[in-house]
Design a binder for this molecule. Structure first.
Ligand SMILES: Cc1cc2nc3c(=O)[nH]c(=O)nc-3n(C[C@H](O)[C@H](O)[C@H](O)COP(=O)(O)O)c2cc1C
Length: 228
């Protein structure tokens, strides 16, 4: 962000060679402790002049001095009003806001004036939150999904990736461990799917073990009980 013209040149080079996909820019709203609105406004203006029309604004400054990347996602204060001002100043551009969204009402409030909301950590830790978004935010019919159905589709995916690329199911399962977040039994389900002692089993069998209530007597379930 300190070099908007350099970013603009990069964007222009990309815009010139891609045709079917948009070139988008994700950015912060300032650097270190600087809170001058003109800094981010001029950044967006310069980059937009190079042909970018879609901006994803993480509504925090990036503190380059003294914070780790993880701390930089948590400590610099969120300032959603800055993104709202960008949309007012550049109404023809598309703005999605990012940073700290964990609940429907906060997302809905932003969608009244902005074009989108990007969710990072909560999408990973609590992915089921996303399942009703099309219905809640965009008026679509209920999709009828269940967590069990999503888990089955993930197993389908694990099987197809194993067949096509030799990917072990474990590498995929580790990214779905939040699926049952908040439900009774979530901890055990997560432990089964992340138990390296079950790695030799096919994913579909691991799913069955994860679904077997603790204490139910199958030898596979006994194997899983070791996990919990
Ligand atoms: C493990 C992890 C990796 C990330 N990697 C990137 C990245 O490569 N590029 C990026 O722009 N943001 C990255 N982010 C930041 C997120 O895109 C997002 O801006 C940030 O988590 C704030 O949104 P949230 O409060 O909804 O999580 C990462 C976040 C996490 C947790």
């Amino acid at each position: 962000m300190n070099e908007p013209q350099l970013v603009a040149d990069c964007v222009k080079a990309m815009v010139d060679v891609v045709t079917n996909v948009p070139v988008t820019v994700k950015h912060r709203i300032g650097i270190d402790k600087g809170e001058e609105y003109g800094f981010v406004r001029d950044f967006v203006g310069t980059v937009a002049d190079a042909g970018c029309t879609v901006f994803i604004a993480h509504a925090r400054n990036a503190w380059l001095k003294g914070l780790s990347p993880k701390e930089n996602r948590e400590i610099p204060p969120l300032r959603y009003d800055v993104v709202a001002q960008l949309k007012r100043d550049f109404p023809h551009l598309t703005f999605a806001i990012n940073g700290g969204f964990v609940a429907d009402d906060a997302v809905l409030a932003q969608l009244q004036s902005l074009d989108g909301v990007m969710v990072g950590r909560e999408a990973y830790h609590n992915p089921w939150w996303l399942a009703r978004w099309d219905e809640v935010f965009f008026g679509d019919a209920a999709n009828g999904l269940t967590r069990e159905r999503v888990e089955e589709r993930m197993v389908d995916y694990m099987e197809s990736e194993a067949a096509s690329h030799g990917t072990h199911w474990y590498s995929i399962a580790r990214h779905m461990l939040g699926l049952r977040n908040g439900l009774p039994g979530a901890r055990r389900w997560r432990q089964v799917w992340s138990d390296h002692r079950l790695k030799a089993l096919p994913a579909r069998e691991v799913m069955q073990i994860a679904r077997t209530p603790p204490g139910a007597s199958t030898s596979r379930a006994d194997a899983a009980a070791m996990a919990g």
